[in-house]
Design a protein around this ligand. Structure first.
Ligand code: ACO
Length: 335
């Protein structure tokens, strides 16, 4: 029986910093409102004059992760790419990264699943390694939100939250017992799909139809979020996913050394921290400087926490996320 273990981590965010005050150029908002409601001070948005795209950022993060794993691109057996903002409607970002990194003709799989995308991707990679099918899997979370947000007062409830960026992990086979990914837990509840949604472009929302109509009141091609509804569900599901992960491994909340929550909203993370009575050094947040980068948020935060030396050998690390779908889940790791 094999286990899977993180052997390399990397992240990349665009250089372009957009502060809350910068947003006032095109919408009626304030630094005070955004910070009080979300904790966000600034986010990174791709400068369209640069080469960055969802896949390009994913490839940049991947190069770092592969190098840190002590591997080369030719050692990677499979790619899993999580995003809700792919560069193209199809194909997905996985094949783009395979090409950008000049990798052999290995398999590449895209995972949607929005803010929970990286949790789902890690879980899928873990299964492939545990069954012995692959040895080294590149798992990527990358998002370009700024390209598709409604940059006006009408869209402010959603637009102020989201940021761009990418992170990558190399998951490798290990025969060490009790190390690496101990378990993963995945859930969904599709009846709430429309509470956090981008309807078009899609096969239900044809691009020509949208373009021909060019209706300024048609918001269905911008993300919609029922903020308070999402907030309420996020708090409950985050907690359930963490408890499920602990119970599956016979652990208690005091066993957690580091919780990396999806960076949805600082208030959600603080609620969870309080509920599980975790000290500040046991929860890592960086939404203040990057905003909510959905499928990239957990892997960017994990990488930063690790780079800062906040994760040590043998630590119990819990990753948890909740997002559109609704989807949610957790991954429990013995570092
Ligand atoms: N700046 C200024 N005012 C604003 C802004 C803004 N950016 N956005 C909304 N407002 C106004 C509204 O128009 C409203 O004004 P009104 O009372 O005159 O009508 C008022 O502020 C309150 O709006 P609400 O939407 O009720 O504000 P709320 O307190 O719910 O905060 C927020 C909104 C921050 C989105 C909150 O609901 C939230 O964080 N929800 C969770 C969302 C979340 O975490 N999503 C991510 C998880 S899932 C994922 O990551 C995909």
């Amino acid at each position: 029986m094999y286990n899977s273990k993180i052997t390399g981590l990397g992240y990349y965010v665009p250089d372009n910093v957009v502060t809350n005050n910068d947003l006032k150029e095109f919408m009626d908002t304030s630094d005070e409102w955004i910070q009080e409601r979300t904790g966000i001070k600034e986010r990174r948005w791709i400068d369209p004059k640069t080469e960055d795209t969802t896949a390009v950022m994913g490839a940049k993060a991947s190069r770092i992760a592969i190098e840190r794993a002590g591997l080369t691109k030719d050692d990677i057996d499979f790619i899993i790419f999580a995003t809700l903002s792919p560069d193209m409607y199809f194909p997905g970002g996985g094949v783009q990264v395979q090409d950008m990194l000049d990798m052999p003709t290995i398999g590449a799989l895209d995972v949607r699943n929005q803010c929970s995308g990286f949790i789902y991707a890690m879980s899928v990679a873990d299964q492939f390694i545990k069954t012995g099918m692959y040895k080294n899997i590149l798992v990527i979370g990358a998002e370009n939100h700024s390209g598709g947000l409604e940059k006006s007062t009408r869209g402010r409830g959603v637009t102020v939250i989201f940021g761009d960026g990418a992170g990558a992990a190399v998951l490798s086979r290990t025969e060490e017992e009790g190390k690496g990914i101990l378990s993963s837990h995945l859930h969904s509840e599709g009846k709430h799909a429309k509470e956090l949604v981008l309807e078009g472009p899609s096969t239900g929302r044809w691009v020509p139809e949208i373009l021909e109509k060019n209706d300024p009141d048609d918001v269905s091609y911008y993300p919609y979020m029922n903020g308070q509804f999402v907030f309420k569900h996020a708090i409950g599901r985050f907690s359930e996913a963490i408890v499920e992960g602990l119970q599956a491994n016979g652990l208690e909340k005091d066993d957690i050394d580091m919780l990396i929550p999806h960076q949805a909203n600082l208030r959600i993370a603080q609620f969870i921290q309080k509920k599980f009575q975790l000290s500040d050094d046991k929860v890592y947040n960086n939404i203040m400087k990057y905003g909510n980068t959905t499928a990239a948020s957990v892997i960017i935060a994990l990488t930063e926490a690790w780079e800062k030396g906040k994760i040590k050998d043998n630590d119990l690390v819990v990753l948890a996320a909740f997002g559109s779908g609704f989807t949610w889940g957790s991954v429990v790791i013995r570092w």
